[in-house]
Ligand binder design. Structure first.
Ligand SMILES: C[S@@+](CC[C@H](N)C(=O)[O-])C[C@H]1O[C@@H](n2cnc3c(N)ncnc32)[C@H](O)[C@@H]1O
Length: 392
């Protein structure tokens, strides 16, 4: 049976903290959820299913199709299994390009790179025996990508059907400083509870990740539409026709426009230039109103929605004492200008967040690289029910 029709466990990785949101996304696409882990969700599907997941998932980083699960005490056991028990002809051609990475916790291995080499040796020896030629290999993830998970004597080998991670949507042409990853941007918007139909105001937008992800969500535009290379495309049986059909279906589900406003501002001219270029690359520039200004000057349109911002938090940028004043000013801005909205701050510094001085109604933990971050939500009532003072 072709790998495109055979079902297997599929491990989908995501930023730490985003797994519950990824679970929702997977269920909405009608795939079963077997396990939810700290930074991954396991489903069960075919390679054809993986193509759909790669195209539609917003909060995922990698969609990994399990090729084998086996016992190995040493790297030679891994080599032997790889060479003898997997039909590599259905996964890679002798002219292909291979990249292997791994997570290894096994007493016989001091350097995980040795495990990678033995996996590669097993595949290349299989290929040389059968075809007299072997695929090239190296670090780039632009061809066939494999991942070995080896803990004690239990190995799982995955084909990374994404290839390059899904956070490389293809629209980030200029990164600007401390950009949020695209899956984390999408996860923050989804976790905020934003209904995808009301205004999104994004002061301090930097390179525009939150505004661009909001436009893609509002338009119901699949994030994979922007990419032209995925790991599954390097399978010998890959059918461009099958992929084109999925693209056509995704395009047919896109909405023709937005009935709400997305406003993105930053005090830096260069940031807005980068954000605009990225929005052009994502095909959503016409849906975002960009403006260079201090966050306090950002227009807050009538009608409500969310104001979401990712201020610097002193880990990589800025000075913590100065930032205390900025966070206090964000609290004032929320209270005075954003009534009728829900306010959200994504930050890696809770001490700074206390300076906001408002009571949170939502606190969600995410990890950005290794930094523990919080998405903090504030209800900014209009009229008599004023934004309440923080009590704790
Ligand atoms: C951490 S970055 C935002 C990154 C963004 N989420 C992204 O994905 O690229 C913070 C941004 O706040 C902007 N900023 C700092 N102080 C500001 C102020 N007072 N008014 C407006 N923007 C400000 C900086 O120029 C920077 O682009």
């Amino acid at each position: 049976m072709s790998i495109f029709n055979r079902k297997s466990a599929v491990l989908i990785t995501c930023p730490r903290g985003a797994a519950p949101i990824l679970t929702d996304e997977i269920k909405r696409l009608n795939f079963p959820v077997k396990h939810e882990l700290t930074a991954a969700v396991e489903t069960f599907t075919t390679m054809a299913g993986c193509m759909r997941l790669n195209l539609h998932l917003r909060t995922a980083q990698r969609v990994q199709f399990q090729l084998a699960s086996f016992k190995a005490y040493t790297a030679d056991d891994v080599y032997k299994y790889i060479r003898e028990y997997i039909d590599w002809d259905e996964i890679i051609t002798p002219d292909g390009y291979l990249s292997i990475s791994s997570f290894v916790q096994n007493d016989s291995i001091r350097d995980a790179r040795y495990a990678n080499v033995r996996v590669k040796d097993g595949i290349c020896d299989f290929m040389r025996d059968k075809h007299g030629r072997r695929p090239d290999s190296g670090p780039e993830q632009t061809g066939t990508v494999l991942f070995l998970h080896w803990v004690q004597n239990r190995c799982k080998l995955y084909l990374d059907t994404s290839g390059e991670p899904l956070n490389r949507r293809g629209y980030r042409k200029l990164p600007w400083t401390a950009p949020m990853s695209e899956p984390l941007g999408a996860a923050s918007l989804l976790a905020s509870g934003w209904d995808t139909k009301s205004n999104v105001v994004n002061p301090m937008c930097g390179s525009g990740t939150l505004a661009i992800e909001a436009a893609l969500l509002g338009l119901n535009s699949a994030p994979g539409l922007m990419r032209d290379n995925f790991g599954f495309m390097h399978l010998p049986d890959f059918s461009q026709e099958r992929w084109d059909k999925l693209l056509d279906e995704a395009e047919a589900e896109e909405l023709g426009g937005l009935n709400f406003r997305i406003i993105a501002t930053d005090q830096s001219v260069e940031a807005i230039e980068a954000a605009r270029k990225n929005a052009i690359a994502a095909g959503v520039e016409r849906y975002i109103e960009f403006n260079v200004c201090d966050f306090r000057e950002t227009e807050i349109p009538d009608g409500g929605g969310i104001v979401i911002m990712n201020p610097e938090y002193g880990e990589r940028l800025g000075d913590v004492r100065y930032l205390g004043e900025v966070y206090k000013a964000i609290g004032d801005f929320f209270k005075q200008k954003c009534q009728g909205y829900e306010g959200f701050i994504f930050t890696g510094n809770l001490d700074l967040a206390k300076q906001v001085g408002l009571r949170t109604f939502k606190r969600i933990t995410f990890f950005s690289a290794k930094i523990e971050c919080k998405l903090l939500g504030y209800q900014l009532y209009s009229g008599s029910k004023k934004a309440s003072k923080q009590s704790s």
